[in-house]
Design a protein around this ligand. Structure first.
Ligand SMILES: NC(=O)c1ccc[n+]([C@@H]2O[C@H](COP(=O)([O-])OP(=O)(O)OC[C@H]3O[C@@H](n4cnc5c(N)ncnc54)[C@H](O)[C@@H]3O)[C@@H](O)[C@H]2O)c1
Length: 354
């Protein structure tokens, strides 16, 4: 199957985003869309068939690939139906609400001989790729900490995201992307995880989390996200024994960006232990650096754009090659999310073998 004819199931926020992008990608044709709320499709482009029933879209012979963009609990039903109808499947994240559901979905796809992948496109984000390059190219020496930060001020979750039974909350929404990014920036195995998950503004679903990954080398990765965290920004910090990489997108000041690696001209063991008085009291280790000690380099530039995920998809379909987002990777993302939830419930670190 080389001609990719997509039916978009669910024409809400993300369904529209997909349409806008796919219309600019010549290798893919969107032949049909479906939404149970007909008015959602009022602005659909000419020539695209419109359905209000999932089954109608899935059985359309002009659709050979179902792009599942309905709310989270419907991913399972839609993907099993699509598999049984012999259609390839692109499922939005989070692919499933449980690992057991995911296993059923992928088993059906395998049985039907259709291809299945998940739209976890944030592996192509402009803020993520330079930090991944820093780690993979050894630009900060031996890394001991990576921190991924996403802070917002809007507080409340919206629409179906406020209901636990709909797979609401930030861990399912953004958490899956941020976890996937961390797991795909290193070949190292995770050995344990710890999480603090809170409901700060929202009554029923999480809107703050701190997720801690411990890797086999001793490296720690942390993800902190809050929807009511009043220093709004997207940020990364990667610290190694020869430098610190910083990437900051400041949501207050016009999305102003900082992208740099900071290094010292010589190792700190050469710095004499001089006592400095600071506003936080006297210190020998944390006083201001001597003039010229620190210097900066730019972060590597890594090309990437919004089309990359789908370009990779087209290539995998045309060549029969592996998808960028594989079933074992998505399964691991969901498994580790379960381990984070268990840690938050028990207040203890959880051993994770991957
Ligand atoms: N990959 C990403 O970056 C990204 C970003 C946003 C959303 N998403 C995912 O996309 C999915 C949809 O999210 P959204 O923000 O677009 O939600 P949304 O509520 O804006 O849109 C969902 C649409 O599905 C329709 N719908 C509901 N039940 C249906 C059914 N049985 N049959 C047909 N249509 C039905 C709704 O009427 C609505 O228009 C979610 O799984 C979400 O996690 C992914």
């Amino acid at each position: 199957m080389t001609d990719i004819k997509i039916g978009i199931l669910g024409y809400g926020f993300m369904g529209h985003e997909h349409m806008n992008l796919l219309r600019r990608l010549p290798e893919i044709r969107v032949t049909a869309i479906c939404d149970i709320v007909p008015s959602q499709m009022d602005d659909a482009p000419e020539g695209v068939k419109k359905y209000t029933e999932m089954d109608e879209l899935i059985s359309d012979p002009e659709v050979n690939t179902v792009l599942i963009v309905v709310p989270n609990p419907l991913h399972k039903e839609a993907s099993i139906k699509a598999a049984r109808a012999g259609k390839n499947i692109i499922c939005e994240k989070p692919a499933a609400l449980t690992v057991a559901d995911f296993d059923e979905m992928t088993a059906e796809a395998e049985k039907a001989g259709v291809r299945f992948t998940v739209h976890q496109q944030r592996r192509h984000d402009r803020d993520y790729l330079p930090i991944k390059a820093v780690l993979q190219q050894g630009l900060i020496g031996k890394p001991y900490l990576v921190r991924s930060m996403m802070y917002g001020v809007n507080g409340n979750m919206h629409d179906w995201h406020i209901y636990p039974e709909m797979g609401g909350g930030m861990l399912y929404d953004w958490g899956i992307h941020l976890i996937d990014q961390i797991l795909n920036m290193t070949e190292e195995k995770v050995v344990s995880v710890y999480a603090d998950i809170k409901k700060v503004i929202n009554q029923d679903v999480d809107d703050y989390f701190l997720l801690v990954f411990k890797f086999e080398s001793g490296m720690t990765a942390e993800i902190e996200l809050g929807t009511y965290f009043l220093t709004p920004k997207r940020g990364w910090l990667a610290c190694g024994d020869t430098g610190t990489a910083i990437l900051d997108i400041d949501f207050v000041n016009g999305m102003q960006e900082t992208r740099k690696i900071v290094r010292t001209r010589h190792l700190l063991e050469n710095v004499p232990g001089k006592i400095t008085m600071t506003s936080a009291g006297p210190t020998r280790s944390f006083g201001p650096p001597e003039p010229g000690l620190l210097y900066e380099e730019p972060l590597p530039e890594v090309p990437g754009d919004e089309f990359d995920w789908f370009k990779g998809y087209v290539k995998a379909i045309k060549t029969g090659g592996e998808f960028e987002i594989t079933i074992p990777q998505v399964r691991r993302d969901l498994l580790i999310m379960d381990a984070f939830r268990e840690s938050a419930r028990t207040g203890k670190a959880v051993v994770f073998e991957s």
